[in-house]
Design a binder for this molecule. Structure first.
Ligand code: GLA
Length: 640
């Protein structure tokens, strides 16, 4: 009633003032509906990028022959035809920045074709890649200097010259460098690293010795509180704007590489097409686990246009070489299920055929490239075995059963875990062997140590008339996830043997994001439960949150809403609201912990963006997880 009266006043009397007030309200109130999808959609990343990068195989020891050799194998082997298109030059290509012009100069000894009429240009190389039907990627850094300049002990591949000439990063040169990369040189992809904003504090040895100028660190991988998140975001905003200026046709990819630091696992999706969720992968089993874990519970933070990036594939080396095909296949299948970019990091000129066959598994590529863009959710999650389920655009699903441990495991896979009817047949097609098997209700599958079995699944959906929101994570964006104090995620495997070996205390939990929104789970990994009733399907999120949901033609949004039983706060009420393209469609009464779920139902016919808001006067949202139980988009206008 009150809302009606005030909006009438607005229309009749005070329209300009009200419009101004409304926009201030929207600007200052993050829970106000926006009627738009706010995750990043610029660039060309409607499906996860595929290709090759020089870093894992070569580090900074790169040259034209190595890059073109791998590019040629991508084409000759048929991988290009299967979608591997980006050929990315990582760190190690720059010799200096020319002073005073500021123009970057390529290492001529390594890239002979870059010497053109007295100048330095990658255009001959990108022309060649483009003529091969491929795309070209380049590497830079947010700061004045790159990662190898900070961490390499051997300076032979590093930029040369005076301190200023060796400042080859984007800092202070964003527009100039992006004009060069995308305008002059014709690149299509840029990876932007963060070491320049991390490793060049006044007290770092290389700054103290006068080798590099100091730049106060704003990124700290070990601590969110020591990171200046807005400063990092501001850099990416400028890069995005420059990309749009210098690649106006929109044919670009922006890859953020701040390794899960500065809480980027929560906001990377708003600033670029890919965002690294962890520190660098290594060719070691346990390191692969760390990187996998850093993305595996972030299913709602990856979408078409904005993917989680657990780093490049390390298939071809160490624990993933041709003598470790079980591990190599697991690595590939897991990355496919996570919608990770499929960036091979091997020297493809020498990669044995069995590994090439892994990269070339068209069925698994299709799982990764599925247009619905749903990252797999964890239907079963333990330290031994995980079951990942990925709904596909066709209505079918993919399932991966991952044995992390050292013993064979007999895994019971149930129709229920797949959100399929248990009284109807379910057919599994093995994406490695192509064998079919049919079961009803449940089946037992033997999974060898470190093996990932991966299947396409055909069955009858448990929810006949629609889709649970947790079955379409690629269309749910936690625009505001309610987190007030970013906390390190304890569920990420902490591997040994990183940059510091086993000296010190070991890797502390360091990737913020714990408490973020989850599919079929509370933000802290519990079963969704409101006043004693559990929900196998739904979205768990903190209070004072706003979820954006894309609606592709469904007519009704329905959910059972309430404060989750796991909440510590039993005093504050939470009001749940459903908006359709900015208009309030349904609203609950204020609900406290222990109160029964309230059914919310809203007519969303014709609505493009549904927003789910949980609002409370509480300040400590971490104490107040809420559940959108059974949240679903239904095709009929009737409540199910
Ligand atoms: C960082 C990145 C790597 C690679 C190197 C280059 O460590 O995370 O992927 O680009 O820098 O120096």
């Amino acid at each position: 009633m009150q809302e009606k009266t005030s909006s009438r006043w607005c229309r009749l009397v005070l329209l300009p003032l009200c419009l101004a007030m409304a926009s201030t309200y929207a600007a200052t109130d993050p829970l106000a509906p926006t009627a738009r999808w706010s995750a990043y959609t610029a660039g060309r990343a409607s499906t996860p990028p595929m290709g090759w990068s020089s870093w894992n195989a070569f580090g900074t020891d790169i040259d034209e022959a190595k890059i073109l050799g791998s590019a040629q194998r991508i084409v000759d082997s048929g991988l290009a035809a299967k979608g591997y298109r980006y050929v990315n030059i990582d760190d190690g290509w720059i010799t200096r920045r020319e002073i005073p012009s500021g123009r970057l100069v390529i290492r001529a000894d390594r890239f002979p074709s870059s010497v053109t009429g007295g100048g330095s240009s990658f255009r001959p190389l990108t022309d060649k890649l483009h003529a091969m039907g491929l795309k070209a990627g380049i590497y830079s850094d947010l700061g004045r200097n790159t990662c190898s300049q900070a961490y390499s002990s051997d300076s032979s591949d590093l930029p040369k010259g005076s301190v200023l000439e060796r400042e080859v990063g984007l800092y202070g040169h964003i527009d100039q460098d992006l004009a060069l990369f995308f305008g002059d040189w014709g690149f299509d992809f840029i990876k932007v690293d963060g070491c320049g904003l991390r490793a060049y504090g006044a007290d770092s040895p290389k700054v103290r010795s006068g080798e590099y100028r100091a730049l106060a660190p704003v990124l700290d991988l070990e601590s969110v509180t020591r990171s200046d998140i807005p400063a990092v975001q501001a850099e990416f905003t400028q890069i995005d704007a420059a990309l749009k200026r210098h690649r106006p046709d929109g044919d670009f990819l922006l890859s953020l590489c701040v390794w899960g630091a500065a809480d980027v696992r929560a906001w990377g999706k708003n600033y670029g097409n890919l965002s690294r969720t962890s520190d660098d992968i290594r060719p070691s089993w346990t390191r692969m686990l760390s990187n996998f874990d850093s993305a595996a519970r972030r299913e709602l933070y990856g979408h078409p246009g904005s993917w989680n990036d657990p780093d490049m594939l390390f298939i071809g080396a160490g624990d993933f070489d041709a003598d470790h095909l079980v591990e190599a296949k697991s690595h590939f299948a897991l990355w496919a299920m996570l919608n990770a970019p499929l960036m091979t990091g091997a020297d493809l000129r020498k990669t044995p055929q069995p590994l090439m066959d892994i990269f070339g598994n068209a069925d698994i590529i299709a799982v990764n490239q599925d247009p619905a863009g749903n990252q797999a959710t964890l239907a079963y999650d333990t330290d031994d075995v995980q079951v990942l389920v990925k709904p596909l655009a066709s209505g079918q699903k993919a399932v991966a059963i991952f044995n992390r441990g050292f013993a064979p495991f007999d895994v019971d896979l149930t129709a229920e875990q797949l959100k399929l009817r248990k009284d109807a047949p379910v057919t599994l097609t093995d994406l490695w062997t192509k064998a079919d098997a049919t079961f009803t209700n449940e089946t037992k599958l033997r999974v060898a140590p470190r093996e990932t079995r991966i299947f396409r699944v055909q069955g009858t959906r448990a929810l006949a008339q629609g889709v649970y929101l947790s079955e379409q994570p690629g269309s749910v964006n936690p625009a505001v996830d309610g987190v007030t104090t970013p906390q390190a995620d304890p569920t990420i495997f902490r591997s040994s043997g990183g940059w510091t070996g086993t000296k010190g205390a070991g890797e502390r939990p360091m990737y913020a994001g714990w408490g973020g929104a989850r599919a079929d789970s509370t933000p802290y990994g519990q079963t969704l439960r409101i006043a004693g009733t559990t929900y196998a399907a739904g979205i768990g999120v903190l209070a004072n949150s706003r979820l954006e949901v894309r609606n592709a033609g469904h007519r009704r949004l329905s959910a059972q809403v309430g404060v989750d039983d796991s909440a510590r706060d039993a005093t504050h009420g939470v009001t749940f609201m459903v908006y359709g393209d900015g208009k309030l469609l349904a609203k609950s009464k204020p609900l406290r912990r222990g109160q029964r779920a309230q059914a919310l139902s809203a007519d969303v016919a014709g609505v493009k963006v549904v927003e789910l808001v949980a609002r409370s006067a509480a300040k400590d949202n971490e104490q107040l997880p809420v559940s959108w139980g059974d949240a679903a988009l239904l095709s009929s206008g009737q409540t199910d």
